[in-house]
Every structure is written in C-alpha cells, then in structure tokens.
Unconditional design. Structure first.
Length: 738
C-alpha cells in the first residue's frame, strides 16, 4: 500500500533515479528549465524479512516557492495526507509503509542552479543550491526571488504540458492576486540579470540582442504574455512603461506591443517613436514599429522603413517576417518571399531530462480516485493537449504527421505570410513566384552536374583544335579568329540575363535555364556580376557555397533556405489534406446529407476531425472549421474526456472570432463537462482556460454585452460563469467598464 493520497507517482527503477538524471541534464535544460520535481523515499518493513527502500517522484508546477517555509508547507501537506488510509505511515497485515525523506527541487533560470529542500522524518529540513557540477551553493534571498520568478515563468508558459511530463500536479499560482504583484516586484529587483535567461527571438548573430538584454529576454516576454493572454493590456502598459523602463528604456517597447494588442495603434506608434529617439539602433523597437505600420495598413511605408533601416532590421527574424507580411498584403508577393527568405528560424530546444523520464513513466502508483470518472483536472487538461499536439498510431493515414505540430512561434508567423500569399493568388501561383525568386537546393547540384559535363566536352574540343594548329601561320590564325562562333565560347554562351531567369515556371529550374555555365572556385569581379569565367586548370572543385554564390549572381535569384522549403512542403501537405476533406464534405453537401449522417458513416475518429478543424483554422477556412468541430464533438459525445478537448478548441476559436453567443455556448460546455468529470472533493472555483476565454471575450465585446448574454443562458451555466465575470472586473480586464 505505497500510494500517497491525492498524488500519482512514478516508481523509480533505482534509488533517486530522477534526481540523478536531473543533475546530469542540468547543463542542457530548456531555457526556462523543467517543472519542479518532488522525490519521496519510502520504506517498507514487512512482517517477516528484510526492510526495502524505494523512491518515487512526481512533478509540480504553479506552486509558490518563494521561501523555505512555503516549500516545507507543500512537503508537510503531502506527508500529512499520507497514504490512502490517511497517515504518513501505513500499517497492514503484510507490513508497514513509512515515508523516510522528501526532496523538493526547483530550477532557477537566472542562477542556473537547483534549489533543493530536503525534509527528513521525523525531524529536520535543510536547504542547499546545486549547480550543474553538483557543487553546493549558498542560497541567498536573491536566489529565492530567482526561484519564485522562474517558477512563475514556467507556470505562465505552461512548461511540462507539451510534451507532457509524467505525474504532474498543476496549481493556479495567481489564484492569490498578491502573488502576481510579488512576481513583478521580484522581477524588477532582478532586472539587471534578465539577460541571463536568454531570448526567444531569432537573431542571426549572438551580438544582435538588445543593448541591455532586458527587453528581449524571456523574462520580459513571459510577463508580457501573462498580461496580454488575459486581455489586461493596461496593466502591461503600466508595468513596462512606468516601472521596467526606468532601468532600461527599451522595455517600453512591450508597452507599445500591449497598445497594439489592444487596438490602439496611434499610441503604440507614438511610444515607439519616443523609444527610437532615445535608442536609434533598437532592433526590437524597429520590429514592433514595422508591425504597427502594417496594422495601420501603411504597407508602402513599412517597406520604405525597412529599406532605410535594413542593416538594423535584417538581423531580427520577426522584424523580417513583419515586413514580408506587409509586402504580401500590399500585393508584392515576390518581394514578400524574398524578404521572408532572409529570416533565421530558431531550433526548438531539446529536453534531455524528459527523454530519460519517459521510459519509466508507465510505472505509476494507483490513484485513490481511479474508480471515479476522471482522476483530476490535470487529466482533462493533458488529454486536450495530447489530442492537440501529439499524433497517436492508428489515426487517419491521409493526414500523415501534419508537421505543423512541430512549428515554433516564429515558424507559425512565417507560415502566416505564405497563407496570405496563398489566399491572394492560389497554390500554382505561389510555386510560380517561388521559382522566380529562388534557386532550390536540389537544382544547384543538378545544374552543376550538367555544367561539369559541358565543361569536359568543351575541353575535348579545345584539345582537338590545338593539335591541328601545331604549325600555325598568321593568315590561318586570323582566319580562325574571325571564324570562331560565339556559341563555341563558353564565356559568351554561359551568361544568363535576369529576364531569362525570371521566365522559369514551376517549383524547379526549367531545362532552358540549365545551360552550360562554367563556374570557378574564385569569387567574381564586381565589374562582371552576370558572367562566369572558365577554369581549364584541373584545380580543386569549388565548394557548394561558391557554386551557389556564382549561380545567384547569374540568375539574380537567392538560394531558398531549408526552413522556407520545409514550410512550403508543409503547406503542400496541408492543401492535400484540405482537398481530401473538402471533397468528402462537398459530396455530402451535394447530396444534402446532414452532419448527423456524416458522423454515422465516417470511418475517421474524432481526433482526425479535430485535426482537420485545426488545419482549417490554420488556412483561415472558418466554415469548414466549424463543420469539422461539430463532427468531432458528435463523435466524442459519449466520451466526456475527449469531448472536452473538442470544446476547448472550439471555445478558443469562437473567442478569437469575437462570437459572443458561440463562445458562451462552448464555455458552458467546458465548465459543465469539468463539473461532471471532476470529483466533488477536487472541484475548484475557476479553470484557467475558462477564465482566459471569458476575459478575452469581455475585451472584444465589452462586459455589458457578455453579461447580458450570460443572463439569457440556463440557470446552471449562468451561475457557473458569473463568478468569472466578477474576476474580469476585479482584474480590470480591457473593457470591463464598457
């Protein structure tokens, strides 16, 4: 009977397995670190035989870790709940289970160390810090501030959910409003160290970050996202403009971003211009200004600003993407793709600790609510994310892997540029524009192979002419000089004009473009940018970079980056899936078949239709998204946990559309589903996803209209949503007084 009450744990294959893996992986932690981990050492004393020790672990996120006392309180609550029968030791006929020791580990992203709180039973609590080498470090008050701030950032970014850490308990850190102010105070106290957390922005070089390293740090970005995700734009402005910018003026850029999210573009532009007066070389401010100009519809002005500040802007990938989006909306599709190709995509960070923990996560203890309809809220939340982010075997093969699930936020922003171009000109024209703008990587080698063949033929022809001219005379030489055709000269025949290069169609270079071009490993002179010289000497083969550079100068095209080629292929897969989906839906529509019949006849699962809905949303197909969500909901109608995932997706979609009635219907479905699934003893006053959705709806439609719509709902749903409306007033959500 080793199971703790209210807690599912992983049984470790060896003593302190998770702690050892965590220590080894510390140098390679993701930027914000992993969730907190709690290890419990238990001892089993059988009635007969030798005492056995065993360690277990579970993960924690969203708990207050601001001091030794608070962490000790968590350990005390864990132990006081005890085993399933309600004691920290469990006596049975087979022997006795007893808790011997508990370790609570929390990672500090600024100090790059783990704070370890160790509790021995009975009796003592000790605290120490461990760096990546395993050396003990003194824990100071600033270390505890770092610990709390780090835990808050992980909670805001929902670290540990996608991918999913095993046996994770999630708390609502900001259920107490004072803890939010505590996070902001600690953040300001440690502002000079924000740069140590790194940045989530994609820069071309390490030295391209903001001057102080504060404004573009993960700390600043996470705090901004915390406010904006809850539509609390004014609080974001107050924090970054009035408080954080005192030490670093560039932090005011986040206040401008909040103005943009609120829809107050003039205020954002005015603030950004003030920042650029103080910091003319601010890449971050220039990036957001480009976004603001695009939001105002001033696409030409955005293009001019980009040209005049190209040296500053090009190092920031998000700025480049903003310019490309503006050019796409202005109808300059070739320019949009060319600029987009200048961006650099960040590589998603790996998590070596999770890789070690996953194989053992199947060895779980039994939960005391295992016979209930659902173990706890985390199960519903994790199920929703699993359907959203992870592919499971046996689903619709036609959907393949849908690589969009692997995209970073920067990838998604770049993909949106392609969607804008696609909406305007169609897929065939997208390929046509791509072929006019870029050289594809596979075409470089194909062209170079043909170049080498032509070069060998030219060399053989030159050797034959040399043998015939062993005894030349002046007259013959003059005759040969006038009789030589320009077509026999590789230099003359190898030059290609830009106009000829622009005539290529399709996704690869046409056969007409694959003319013999002799490239050398030497750089080209500036005086002859469109001509290539012949190298008859058997020197070393030019590198791939030199091949590409030479071809780019001839064709006036750029090499298409691998990540952009990947996004184009992702769009191709998306469109293929869309075609199959639309064919099925249109056939049913022509036959006037209702959705209920499609639900009965479809061979796909609800998860497949949910992915089709996400595909439709990605491609901005509103009606198709609603149809797919409804089919998925009906397929999962009797499977409450899976239906919850559909309702959460539908809720977020309706809120983004500003649909008050549809949003409230889905919010009510989510709330009612949670109340049905969660045991009475574990119910909580509010759910984070529901609160975020209601706050977003209030910011779009105003509190008065939302409240009127809630009053028209049935009594049960209205009663459950009203407290969240009161939270919107308490937190001063945008338009709470409207």
């Amino acid at each position: 009977m080793d199971t703790l009450a209210h807690t599912i744990e992983v049984s470790e294959p060896s003593l302190n397995f998770a702690a050892e893996m965590r220590q080894e992986a510390m140098e390679k932690f993701p930027p914000l670190g992993p969730p907190d981990i709690v290890t419990v050492k238990k001892e089993h004393s059988p009635s007969y035989g030798k005492t056995v020790e065993q360690t277990y672990y579970h993960c924690v996120r969203g708990y207050d870790v601001s001091s030794e006392e608070v962490v000790s309180a968590y350990i005390a609550s864990l132990v006081s709940s005890g085993f399933r029968m309600g004691s920290w030791y469990q006596q049975s006929s087979g022997g006795r289970w007893q808790i011997q020791k508990v370790w609570y580990r929390s990672y500090c992203i600024l100090s790059k160390l783990d704070i370890v709180v160790t509790a021995d039973f009975p009796g003592s609590v000790a605290v120490c810090g461990l760096d990546a080498d395993g050396n003990e470090v003194e824990v100071t008050p600033d270390t505890w501030k770092d610990c709390f701030l780090s835990a808050a950032c992980r909670h805001i970014q929902r670290i540990g959910e996608a991918p999913i850490y095993p046996c994770m308990k999630v708390y609502d850190l900001f259920a107490d409003p004072t803890l939010e102010e505590q996070m902001l105070t600690y953040a300001l106290d440690l502002q000079e160290k924000w740069h140590l957390a790194g940045t989530s922005r994609a820069y071309k070089h390490e030295g391209d970050r903001s001057e102080g390293g504060c404004a573009d740090s993960r700390i600043a970005t996470t705090i901004y996202e915390h406010f904006v995700s809850q539509a609390r734009f004014q609080q974001a402005v107050d924090f970054f403009k009035e408080r954080a910018s005192k030490r670093d003026p560039e932090c005011a850029v986040h206040a401008a971003r909040a103005y943009l999210a609120q829809g107050n573009v003039p205020a954002a532009v005015e603030l950004l211009e003030d920042v650029l007066k103080q910091l003319p070389n601010s890449k971050f401010a220039s990036c957001v200004l480009l976004e603001a100009l695009s939001s105002k519809g001033e696409f030409e002005e955005a293009g001019r600003y980009y040209e005049s500040h190209k040296q500053t802007v090009e190092s920031d990938s998000l700025a480049v993407i903003n310019v490309a989006q503006a050019m796409a909306k202005a109808g300059k599709f070739g320019t949009a793709l060319t600029i987009l190709n200048l961006a650099e995509m960040p590589t998603p960070p790996l998590d070596p600790l999770l890789r070690e923990l996953i194989p053992a996560k199947s060895s779980k203890t039994t939960h005391e609510y295992s016979k209930e309809k659902l173990t706890d809220l985390d199960a519903a939340r994790i199920m929703a994310l699993r359907l959203k982010e992870e592919r499971r075997p046996g689903l619709d093969k036609n959907l393949n892997e849908l690589p969009a699930k692997m995209m970073t936020e920067t990838d998604r922003a770049a993909y949106n540029v392609l969607v804008t171009v696609l909406e305007a000109i169609g897929w065939e024209s997208v390929l046509d524009v791509r072929s006019k703008c870029f050289i594809m990587r596979e075409d470089v080698e194909k062209r170079w192979k043909q170049i080498e063949d032509e070069a060998r033929e030219a060399e053989r022809g030159t050797d034959g002419d040399a043998e015939e001219e062993e005894q030349p005379n002046a007259a013959q030489g003059e005759q040969n000089g006038h009789g030589a055709s320009t077509e026999d000269s590789p230099e003359a025949g190898s030059s290609m004009t830009v106009a000829e290069a622009e005539e290529g169609k399709g996704g690869t270079i046409s056969e007409e473009e694959l003319r013999p071009v002799i490239l050398t490993s030497e750089g080209l002179d500036d005086e002859e940018p469109n001509e290539l010289s012949i190298s008859n000497s058997p020197g070393p083969q030019p590198s791939t970079a030199n091949k590409v550079s030479s071809i780019e100068k001839v064709t006036n095209k750029r090499l298409c980056q691998l990540w952009l080629d990947y996004l184009v292929m992702t769009m191709f897969e998306d469109l293929r899936c869309k075609r199959e989906m639309m064919a099925e839906l249109r056939d049913k529509e022509e036959e006037s078949v209702p959705l209920d019949t499609i639900v009965k006849e479809t061979i796909l699962t609800g998860g497949d239709w949910l992915r089709r809905a996400q595909l439709s949303i990605r491609l901005r197909m509103r009606n198709e998204a609603i149809s797919c969500l409804e089919i998925s909901r009906q397929l999962y109608e009797k499977k409450s946990k899976l239906a919850l995932a559909v309702h959460i997706e539908w809720m977020d979609f309706c809120v983004s559309e500003g649909d008050v009635q549809g949003s409230l219907e889905q919010i009510a479905s989510v709330v009612n589903g949670l109340y049905t699934l969660i045991p009475h003893t574990r119910r909580i006053a509010s759910v984070n996803q529901v609160r975020t959705a209601v706050f977003g709806l209030v910011s779009k439609a105003g509190l008065r209209d939302v409240r009127a719509a809630v009053n028209d709902m049935d009594e049960k749903s209205s009663t459950r949503i009203h407290p969240v409306l009161l939270d919107a007033v308490n937190w001063h959500v945008h338009r709470y007084d409207d």
